[in-house]
Write a protein that binds this ligand. Structure first.
Ligand code: 5GP
Length: 206
């Protein structure tokens, strides 16, 4: 019997290069899940192998700024020269239909979601070490030295933001991390504040 009928908004965040994207993919490959990924919008150039509407919605700066102006973004951030953001409408619809919605976003965006949707679950993905983080940023091989250094400096600052999250999951192993996240989501469903309404109904005398 299900005591809660609303979906949970799950915010996966953490420094760039920590492996959020890989963990998110592993999470979605797990069997029997009812998770929906909110595809972000960005003004950055498409990388080789990326697909429009699957990895991102790729738009111009003008289009993005128009959407900000019209209040169409749940959150957005400018990250290393490009805009990234979450379209609000889709997230709202899916949550209302009872689906779990997963956002994979950087830290400024997560801070905005925290103030707008405090009942979301905030999970900080941490690297096993700073060296591992630097190695990951370098090995992606898609960016210049200068850009990698910028991302690393930013990531170091972001490591200090973990305290504002509900959970910290270390990415020592992708599948391990994905399983931990799934366990967190399941446990969150049993939280009293999410279930008390359904529980009270259960107590009603027929
Ligand atoms: P990348 O360029 O590597 O795809 O993404 C750069 C950073 O932007 C990553 O940390 C990624 O998680 C973050 N990001 C992706 N989509 C969003 C979004 O919708 N909002 C925010 N705030 N960050 C995002």
């Amino acid at each position: 019997m299900k005591l809660d009928d609303k979906g949970i908004l799950v915010v996966l965040s953490g420094p760039s290069g920590v492996g959020k994207g890989t963990i998110r993919k592993a999470l979605f490959e797990m069997e029997g899940h009812d998770l929906i990924y909110s595809v972000s919008m960005t003004t950055r150039k498409m990388r080789l192998g990326e697909v429009e509407g699957k990895d991102y919605f790729f738009v111009s700066r003008e289009e993005f700024e128009e959407k900000i102006k019209n209040g169409e973004m749940l959150e957005y951030a400018e990250f290393v020269g490009n805009y990234y953001g979450t379209p609000l409408k889709y997230v709202k619809e899916q949550l209302n239909e009872g689906h779990e919605v997963v956002l994979e976003i950087e830290i400024q965006g997560a801070t905005q979601v925290k103030s707008k949707m405090p009942h979301a679950v905030f999970i900080f993905i941490a690297p096993p070490s700073l060296k591992a983080l630097h190695d990951r940023l370098t090995s992606r091989g898609t960016e210049s030295e200068e850009l990698i250094q910028k991302r690393f400096d930013k990531a170091l600052n972001e490591m200090h933001m973990a305290y504002m999250y509900d959970y910290i999951v270390v990415n020592d192993d992708v599948h391990n991390a994905a399983e931990k996240i799934m366990t967190i989501i399941k446990a969150e469903h049993a939280r009293t504040e999410r279930t008390i309404h359904g529980y009270e109904k259960l107590l009603e005398v027929e």
